[in-house]
Design a protein around this ligand. Structure first.
Ligand code: TRP
Length: 325
């Protein structure tokens, strides 16, 4: 072999090696790269993340073995969301998980190629994450935590006798909250109940907004799964407890920190379900574009007994059968 041929062969070998190293896109050779963005830390979102990891593991995808999980929490900050999303995309993750609507919207804006699954997302369609919930059509799918709004209103009616005015408190910029409040208003109207709205932009507005509702003689306050309110339920309760007005929040974590009772989904199970979807994407069994958004049928009643008692609210025995074991 002459020297030119020798060099050509050597170069070919080097470039083959480079191609092989690049094509796996993996942390180490046989690991698929998973990026997780969680909007903020609170019990429901933490549980969804844990469920996701366990769901993947149940199908044989284990962190540090055949997958490498890069978990990031954005601390409720949009610029953190942006920079984490950018890094995940340039890192060429094989699959990404977004926990909560703003995290999914940021990831979806950052890539149209890498498969994205969401969890704890109220509604993909109204958040413009998919073409439709039954046929997503792009690189986003996942599980929805749409709350049983009608049952929540029925619960308020059962626990607050003769309720005629309900306040709805939420963050104006959160599409997930807007949608739940709209549904709640529509159903309340069929029951002859007036809904008074108060919106906030951030946690600093909560005191003022809650005081406004109290001054408008509402007999109960409803809050959807709202990412701003989630971390501020204790502040809200300081105002509503004094006024003796019960708060009905749409999830268990919020209920235990400032609410009275709720019908809500189990976020661990929701995350687990998402982990099973992820396993199908990783194995090549299914494509995100064709995977319909999955809901959760398992709705449970959570009661904050201590606060119910303090506010003189009696939980009828007939309702207790719906409570989480
Ligand atoms: N559903 C919310 C979203 O789409 C996220 C969420 C889930 C949430 N559970 C919550 C927010 C509990 C506040 C409290 O963004």
């Amino acid at each position: 072999m002459n020297w030119k041929k020798g060099i050509a062969l050597a170069l070919a070998a080097v470039s083959m090696a480079a191609v092989m190293a690049g094509c796996g896109n993996t942390a180490s050779d046989n690991q698929k790269k998973i990026g997780i963005i969680q909007l903020v830390e609170h019990p429901s979102l933490d549980a969804a993340n844990k469920g996701f990891i366990d769901g993947l593991a149940s199908k044989g995808y284990k962190d540090g073995e055949n997958i490498k999980i890069d978990y990031q929490n954005a601390q409720a900050d949009q610029s953190n969301l942006n920079s984490i999303a950018q890094r995940f995309v340039s890192d060429k993750k094989d699959l990404m998980l977004a926990i909560a609507t703003p995290a999914a919207q940021t990831l979806a804006n950052a890539t149209h190629d890498i498969p994205i699954l969401g969890t704890a997302i109220t509604d993909y369609e109204t958040a413009k994450l998919v073409q439709s919930n039954s046929h997503p059509g792009g690189n986003v799918s996942g599980t929805s935590d749409m709350t049983p709004v009608e049952r929540e209103v029925d619960l308020i009616i059962a626990l607050v006798p003769n309720v005629q005015r309900i306040g709805a408190l939420y963050t104006s910029s959160e599409i997930n909250s807007q949608l739940q409040v709209e549904k709640m208003k529509a159903y309340a109207a069929t029951k002859g109940i007036t809904v008074v709205e108060a919106t906030v932009s951030n946690v600093n507005d909560i005191q003022q907004a809650a005081t406004n509702l109290v001054n408008q003689d509402v007999q109960a306050i409803y809050t959807p799964t709202d990412n701003v309110l989630a971390s501020a339920m204790a502040n809200l309760a300081q105002i509503t407890d004094v006024a003796k007005i019960p708060v009905f929040a749409a999830d268990e974590g919020m209920t235990m920190t400032g609410g009275v009772a709720t019908y809500s989904v189990d976020y661990y199970k929701l995350g687990y379900q998402t982990g099973l979807m992820a396993a199908k994407v990783l194995s090549g069994e299914a494509k995100v574009a064709d995977m319909a958004i999955e809901m959760q049928k398992d709705i449970k009643l959570t009661v904050n007994e201590e606060r119910a008692k303090r506010l003189g609210i009696i939980i009828p025995d007939a309702l207790r059968k719906d409570m989480k074991q």
